[in-house]
Design a protein around this ligand. Structure first.
Ligand SMILES: *Cc1c(COP(=O)(O)O)cnc(C)c1O
Length: 377
């Protein structure tokens, strides 16, 4: 059986070799006679799985001992509440946080955070903007750092490194010291580009990523947080979501999503074996350029995102004749190119090219796009 090329935005394709490894260990993990799913989270075996996952993740992203690595539940949306509850009191109990809105996900994070403190939009792309003499639609660009209206007493500034739905990605992590805000903590929802690119941890106070995009299967959320920020959770924070509790108990304060942690651990090992984050970074650039270059070469397809901030992970695009979107998707499926439907809030097509998507799959998509244009253009 040949597997289709899966362009899902998440839960997304996993590397076939990792699926095979899971399959071969399903009934009997490392000769123990039982599945990972059947192990106590307090057992030596699971401790080894969890520890090794953390070790490999630290190595991949060069995470120092100044940071805790937590495996939590609740997903990215859970962190929209969990993170404010843990960090918003950070600066002199100000209960203030600033947000940069760049699309659907940062906007959702902002709305949730408002339940926990005084939240301020420091900049937003929900407006038209003229960039490089081109009129950009709302949600298709990133506000210039020089125009961010940051508050000195905010406990942190929230950004979303890659907007999964809008296809907008920060090309680099902003440096808050440029604003004279040396002690402001930058926090980042990296759910959809985590492990696709190296992370400048020294610029970040906290990063979270839900696993089912680029780091494993649904059920676990990875949180990397600077240790000195931990321990100031609001009294209303459930103990199971208190970063301090999770940290001192090595992610086993309560039963963690053991199987999902195991899958993430296999993904980390697979990335190491494949050449590390640097390889992924280069490969993702090559893969996404194949699609963008083709879209730019024709007027049959369109992508509205400002070129300098186009996502390497999620590429939303349209057929100029919108009535062809449906037939494009139907025929793609017959060619073994699946889950290309755009998010309902944007419409059109969306190709997600996470680490597990091979160059060959992207080439197959571009060939299909060309053939389709020849037939319907
Ligand atoms: C998918 C996604 C989320 C939501 O994750 P859940 O696991 O569904 O809660 C949050 N932020 C971003 C950027 C995402 O891509």
């Amino acid at each position: 059986m040949s597997r289709p090329w899966n362009f899902s935005a998440g839960p997304a394709a996993l590397p076939e070799v990792v699926l095979q490894e899971i399959s071969s260990e399903m009934l009997d993990w490392h000769g123990k006679g039982i599945s990972v799913m059947e192990m106590s989270h307090r057992s030596d075996e699971f401790y080894e799985i969890c520890n090794e996952a953390e070790y490999n993740l630290r190595e991949l992203l060069s995470i120092s001992e100044d940071y805790s690595v937590l495996f939590m539940q609740g997903g990215g949306i859970g962190q929209n509440a969990i993170l404010p509850m843990n960090l918003i009191a950070g600066k002199n109990n100000s209960n203030k946080a600033d947000f940069i809105i760049t699309g659907y996900w940062s906007n959702l994070s902002y709305k949730e955070a408002k339940r926990y403190g005084d939240i301020h939009i420091a900049a937003s792309n929900n407006a038209y903007s003229k960039i490089d003499n081109k009129e950009q639609k709302p949600w298709t660009w990133i506000p210039d750092e020089r125009n961010w209206n940051l508050r000195k007493d905010a406990s942190y500034l929230h950004i979303c490194s890659n907007e999964t739905i809008d296809g907008v990605e920060f090309s680099k992590i902003p440096n808050l010291s440029n604003f004279g805000l040396l002690d402001t903590t930058l926090v980042m929802d990296a759910s959809s580009n985590f492990l696709s690119v190296s992370l400048e941890m020294n610029k970040l106070g906290a990063v979270f990523a839900t696993a089912q995009k680029n780091a494993g299967s649904a059920g676990v959320t990875i949180v990397i947080v600077r240790k000195d920020l931990i321990g100031k959770a609001l009294p209303i924070c459930p103990s199971v979501f208190d970063y301090l509790n999770v940290s001192v108990n090595h992610s086993c304060y309560n039963t963690p999503p053991t199987f999902s942690i195991y899958v993430s651990g296999l993904i980390f090992k697979w990335i190491k074996k494949s050449g590390g984050i640097k390889f992924m970074e280069i490969n993702n650039k090559v893969k996404s350029s194949l699609i963008y270059d083709y879209i730019d070469s024709t007027s049959f397809y369109e992508n509205y995102v400002c070129k300098s901030v186009r996502s390497r992970m999620n590429i939303p695009f349209f057929l100029k004749n919108h009535s062809l979107n449906k037939i494009f998707l139907e025929k793609a499926k017959l060619e073994g190119l699946i889950q290309l439907k755009g998010h309902k809030s944007v419409g059109g097509i969306r190709a997600s090219l996470y680490n597990a998507m091979q160059l060959e799959g992207v080439q197959a998509l571009v060939t299909y796009m060309k053939d389709f244009e020849r037939l319907y253009g």
